[in-house]
Ligand binder design. Structure first.
Ligand code: HEC
Ligand code: HEC
Length: 197
């Protein structure tokens, strides 16, 4: 009888110790996000062209992207290795954090004439899934407006070469853009996105 009671009390103490240490070991979303800041900037707004800004992207897009990197399903230079270091739960927590941050745009060089054409092309070929001139996150398709020029160009190259899978309907639009306007069309679009302040 006494033994049983000791055992129970022991379990309770051990249980609360384990619970306590599990709580202490679980880093907060902003702590997790700090480890991304070296490349993606404070709170996800990148200060330089080497890494994209990830602030303000939707939770679903963030989670799908990280899981795709983890599984090696989305082409990357570095993110596949980084994503493998995080559990599903941690990715969800970071998704909540980054989706709530403001996408802070940096001024970028662009050609105003090309940007003007790009704006028209965007309406025709891209706006349907990249709403508000590519600044909305609600399509779960990333944010294009104000994104770094280099990242946009690499992304489009990965898509058109087939290294990164493109949604069927986007593929159709990108192909008709190419057919109607050649390489100048995509170039104009990128000038449009980088012109947005
Ligand atoms: C060493 C630099 C570096 C670090 C650290 C880093 N990233 Fe990245 N991230 C990149 C680069 C570069 C890309 C573009 C894909 C590639 O080439 O790997 C990218 C792409 C991404 C994308 C895709 C963005 C989009 O618009 O599709 C997400 C999401 C992302 N990173 C999240 C994170 C998170 C979360 C962390 C921290 C846990 C992190 N990254 C840490 C460099 C980094
Ligand atoms: C039918 C919907 C649809 C259309 C139309 C569309 N896209 Fe997309 N786009 C998507 C989706 C969905 C994603 C996210 C794909 C993924 O990462 O798996 C995406 C991703 C992207 C990305 C990568 C974003 C990032 O942060 O990694 C770029 C760049 C892009 N689209 C450019 C364009 C351009 C330019 C056009 C017009 C020529 C266009 N898209 C038309 C649905 C669309």
């Amino acid at each position: 009888m006494r033994h049983k009671q000791y055992y129970r009390v022991g379990c309770m103490i051990l249980g609360s110790l384990l619970y306590g240490s599990a709580m202490a070991a679980a880093p907060s979303a902003s702590m997790l996000a700090n480890t991304c800041a070296g490349c993606h900037g404070t709170n996800g707004s990148s200060m330089g062209p080497a890494s994209p800004t990830i602030a303000g992207i939707s939770k679903d897009f963030f989670i799908e992207t990280m899981e795709a990197y983890k599984a090696g399903e989305r082409v990357s230079t570095i993110m596949s290795r980084i994503a493998k270091g995080y559990t599903e739960e941690e990715i969800k927590r970071m998704a909540g954090f980054f989706s709530q941050q403001k996408f802070v745009r940096q001024p970028q060089e662009h050609d105003a004439q090309k940007a003007k054409l790009g704006k028209k092309l965007h309406k025709k070929y891209c706006e349907k899934c990249h709403e508000d001139g590519g600044s909305s996150s609600k399509d779960d398709a990333g944010i294009l407006a104000g994104q770094w020029d280099k990242y946009l160009r690499y992304s489009m190259e990965d898509f058109t070469s087939g290294d990164r899978e493109m949604q069927k309907k986007m593929k159709k639009k990108v192909e008709s853009l190419q057919k109607d306007h050649g390489d100048k069309g995509m170039d104009a679009l990128i000038h449009y996105y980088t012109s947005q302040k």
